[in-house]
Every structure is written in C-alpha cells, then in structure tokens.
Design a binder for this molecule. Structure first.
Ligand code: PLP
Length: 357
C-alpha cells in the first residue's frame, strides 16, 4: 500500500506559508447548527455507548426511506448497515467479498482509496478506460472482464473528474455486470452535488449492487465518520461480521445526528459550487484543456507541459494541486478542488494563468 498522494500534498501545504490550497477534497462549509445540536444532545443524553453493529434502528429505517424516495432503491432495513463513513463501508465490503487474486475493475481515473483497499484485501485492481470527457468506456470495460473478475467500482458524480455518468451508460454497465455475474459497487458520496445532469443510482436497476453513501460531503461532517452500505442481505450479513471485529459500530452520537443530516437540504450549497465551478471553467478555459465538471467539486485538467515540472512550478508559486498519478495509471492531468472561497479560487486562476504564456 502507498501513502495517499492527497495527504502528501496536505503535509506539503502545512509547510508553506498561506498556500493557495486546492488540494483537499473536503467541503468548505461547517456542519449545520441543527445537526450539531442533535450531536450535542445525543452526547449529553448519554448516547455514548456501543450501539448495534448494523447501526441504530431509527437511522437504518430513515436511510431505507431515503433510498426509496431519492434513489429508487427499494430495500428494507436488513439490506443496510451504518458504517464509519464511506471509507469504513468500502473497507468492510472489500474484506467481505474478496478472495486472494480476485480482480476488481476500476474506471481510470479513480478515487485513491479504491486501489489501496483492493490491494489491502488481496485483490487485484484492473483499470478500464474512460473517454476524453471521462465517461466510462463500456467496450474497454467489457474487454477487461476475466474469470477472476468479482466486481466493478463506479463513482458518479466522480472524484477526481466531476463527471456524472449517464443513466444509459450505467444501464449498460449493469447489463454487462449481470451477464458476467459481477457485483457493482457504486460510491454515490457526491450525489447531492450535480450541476448539469441528474444523478442516477445503478442500484435501482441492478439488484446485485452495493450502494455506498455518507454524510462527509453532503453535510460537511467528514470528521464524524458516518455513512451507510446498502446491498443484498446475503452480503450485509457477512459485512456485519467484518464490521463487528474491525469497527464494532459507527460513532454512536453522530448516528443520532445523522438522523437530522438526512433532512438537510443541500441545494443552495450545490448552487454555490456550480458558481465556483464556473469561476474555474471560465477563468482557465482559454488556456487550459479540460472537460467541464458536471458535479462533485473537482476539475481534472490536462497538464499544459511536463507534469512534474508543472507541479513544482505550482508549489513555487505557493499553489497546491494534486497530480493525476494519485488517481490514475497515467500522469497526464492535475486535480483541483473548488470547495474553497471565491477569493482563493480567483488567486488560483491568476497563478495558473501566469504559468502558460
Ligand atoms: N469516496 C469518494 C469518491 C471520496 O471522494 C471520498 C473522500 O474524499 C470518500 C469516498 C471517503 O469519504 P468518507 O469521509 O465518507 O470516508
């Protein structure tokens, strides 16, 4: 396993004085007051003990209602486990499903955690291509399936590209997965941040799907570590055993707070991120080549010249961005996060534009 490249940038940032930092993938708003109050009330009421490994019943029921209403995924509570955010969910799912040498297909570029967690669990990451606009290359995906393929991981809206996969592409992936007996693992952590298209949950058309989601991005609470996994009961039953010995349960008081987080309306934040996306797209679009992000809060931009030199030039100008090598087998792009203030974004645009004549 390797240290996360995003973390490396984070450490580098701590050594620079007042860096213009576009490296971290965390939302820039704080937990809403009503959610904070729910956490405080839970702590004061003594809800600080272990809770069932699957999560508190109220939260499972409310998540099942949300999945039905918002994602068109019809499940009951027995198909759900509350996890230590999406990372905790991915970890228990991959431990549950993988045997040594099993292959898992990822669309490249991919979220940094997938590759490392597959490796940690004895699996082999296999990379399928994306097209110029970062939509999945379905033919390439199909060509990568072997007898050892266990699952395919998809992430839409996507980190690091901001791409939203179309319903047609997702249905194609589902039918190929069905034909080949594959599990689909769908990480939907950015579902609330869609600017152009609407989000489509592949779990609504393919039963053999593991859907992961959480509150780190949608409710600005990455430090509270709450998320959930929805999957066929036979998988959840095994995940429970893994979670039992690794995490025991997700943090108890924050599960109570998550009940309120599910009611939080993110539409004004999504509008704000769309505005910030436009600042980046309009500010850099003339000199840099990139596909307009449709969701999440990232842009994945082609290096204008040699990548190593480019990253170094950015650091010399006090600007932090993340090289594609962190998310991809090809070091051709860099990622910026626009979940930051307008002032920082404008400074970043100015610096980036000075790097090319
Ligand atoms: N999945 C994706 C695509 C992410 O971008 C992140 C965090 O950046 C995670 C999962 C991990 O999120 P969590 O805080 O819920 O563990």
């Amino acid at each position: 396993m390797e240290i996360s490249g995003v973390r490396k940038m984070f450490e580098m940032a701590s050594k620079l004085k007042d860096p213009v930092d576009l490296s971290l993938g965390a939302p820039d708003f704080d937990v809403p007051d009503v959610v904070k109050k729910a956490a405080i009330s839970a702590i004061l009421a003594g809800r600080n003990r272990y809770v069932p490994t699957v999560g508190i019943p109220e939260l499972r029921t409310k998540v099942a209602e949300k999945l039905k209403k918002k994602n068109n995924i019809l499940v009951d509570d027995s198909c759900l486990i509350i996890t230590s955010a999406v990372s905790g969910g991915l970890s228990i799912v991959l431990t549950t499903i993988l045997n040594n040498g099993d292959e898992v297909i990822l669309f490249d570029p991919y979220f940094v955690g997938y590759k490392q967690l597959i490796l940690q669990n004895g699996g082999i990451p296999v990379y399928a291509k994306t097209k110029e606009d970062f939509s999945p290359d379905i033919l390439d995906f199909e060509s990568k399936i072997t007898k050892r393929t266990k699952a395919v991981i998809i992430n839409s809206p996507n980190n690091p590209t901001g791409k939203i996969y179309s319903a047609a592409d997702l249905k194609n992936i589902a039918s190929i997965a069905e034909k080949n007996g594959l599990l689909v693992i769908s990480d939907e952590i950015y579902e609330d941040f869609c600017f152009e298209k609407t989000h489509f949950s592949i779990g609504s058309v393919y039963e053999n799907t593991v859907t992961l989601n959480g509150f780190s991005k949608s409710c600005g609470m990455p430090g509270w570590r709450v998320g959930y996994v929805c999957a066929p009961k036979r998988i959840i039953d095994e995940c429970v055993k893994v979670q039992q010995y690794n995490f025991v349960c997700a943090p108890s008081p924050f599960q109570y707070a998550a009940l309120k987080a599910l009611d939080f309306d993110t539409s004004s934040i999504t509008q704000e991120y769309k505005r910030k996306r436009n600042i980046i797209y309009e500010g850099l679009g003339k000199k840099y080549s990139f596909s307009k992000p449709e969701g999440a809060f990232y842009a994945f931009i082609k290096y204008p010249y040699d990548g190593k030199k480019f990253i170094q030039d950015c650091v010399e100008k006090n600007l932090l961005v993340v090289p594609a090598s962190v998310f991809s087998q090809h070091d051709t792009h860099f990622r910026i996060s626009f979940a930051t203030s307008e002032n920082v974004l404008k400074k970043a645009v100015a610096i980036l534009n000075t790097l090319i004549s």
